[in-house]
Design a protein around this ligand. Structure first.
Ligand SMILES: Cc1cc2nc3c(=O)[nH]c(=O)nc-3n(C[C@H](O)[C@H](O)[C@H](O)COP(=O)(O)OP(=O)(O)OC[C@H]3O[C@@H](n4cnc5c(N)ncnc54)[C@H](O)[C@@H]3O)c2cc1C
Length: 260
């Protein structure tokens, strides 16, 4: 089985994140960058399928130079090889433009059976990539999977919602996005870290994908940031004086906030 895992390097949620004043895109240089945790779970799921049978796992990312660190981490977990789409023209791409790039890049990997992604990136948080890729590739997309099994050319997934659990099923090839509960990702071993240094990573530009600069980046994006403002500082909150009725006042407050 040929599996592609989509990974994204994102600003560490612990560091201060900001947009640049110039073109109002994410200021990547101002924060530490990490492999998005949800993508570690996508890699883990691919490795579980590989270990249960016979599969090759290719990591795919579209991102700047330093995304190589995220690629190496995924390879050190046990993936076999990687494709890095790295081109200045992609800077500022919205979700549709990013999906276009990723769909074309998936096409360079060969006969792909399964594409695994995170359900939502910690920075962009559009939660749209799996659906958009399914549309562009003409494949079914099973989103927000908290359980996944792949057997006899069929992917079966469970999606938990507030109302209950949905059982999803689709014939391969398919796109599956994973949720936080799907697994606990492994830590890369020392052997894995050393082996990752020798694993093949092919770097592609948009011309290798048959795309033109006008189709991606700020030029090819329908969504652009017009303006932004920093979040206002937190207010002092509401103080409840306990005059024997503190519990009732707190309950009243929580009801007002629709928390109870
Ligand atoms: C070179 C480059 C420059 C960018 N510059 C900016 C910028 O300046 N400002 C800005 O706001 N955004 C920027 N982006 C981010 C881009 O707009 C988002 O990646 C895109 O909109 C996807 O939305 P999301 O992250 O909300 O995806 P979601 O749909 O929330 O992500 C779900 C999953 O899709 C996969 N995925 C998402 N993005 C990628 C990716 N790039 N590569 C591989 N897998 C992916 C991951 O598995 C992820 O877990 C840039 C992206 C690239 C590639």
């Amino acid at each position: 089985m040929n599996i592609v895992v989509l990974i994204k390097q994102v600003p560490d949620t612990w560091s201060e994140r900001k947009l640049s004043d110039g073109d109002k895109t994410l200021d990547r240089a101002s924060s530490d960058a990490v492999l998005d945790e949800i993508n570690e779970r996508a890699v883990e799921e691919a490795l579980k399928i590989k270990e249960a049978g016979d599969a090759e796992v290719t990591i795919l990312t579209a991102g700047p130079d330093r995304a190589t660190d995220a690629i190496r981490k995924a390879l050190s977990m046990g993936a076999d090889k990687a494709v890095h789409v790295n081109d200045d023209a992609i800077h500022g791409s919205d979700a549709v433009a990013t999906a276009k790039v990723l769909a074309k890049a998936i096409g360079t990997v060969g006969d792909v059976d399964l594409v695994l992604a995170g359900n939502e990136a910690t920075d962009g948080r559009s939660g749209a990539m799996a659906g958009m890729l399914g549309e562009l590739l003409g494949w079914p997309s099973l989103t927000h999977a908290n359980e996944l099994s792949v057997e006899n050319g069929t992917a079966k997934a469970k999606r938990e919602t507030d109302e209950g659990t949905c059982d999803l099923e689709a014939a391969l090839p398919a796109v599956v996005s994973v949720g936080e509960k799907i697994n606990e990702p492994r830590y890369p071993s020392f052997k894995g870290i050393m082996a990752a240094k020798k694993k093949p990573v092919s770097t592609l530009g948009i011309s290798d994908l048959g795309l033109d600069a006008s189709e991606v980046g700020l030029a090819g994006s329908l969504v652009q940031v017009d303006s932004f403002a920093p979040r206002p500082p937190k207010s002092g909150g509401q103080k409840v004086e306990d005059e024997g009725d503190g519990g009732a006042k707190i309950a009243e407050f929580l009801v007002g906030q629709k928390l109870i």
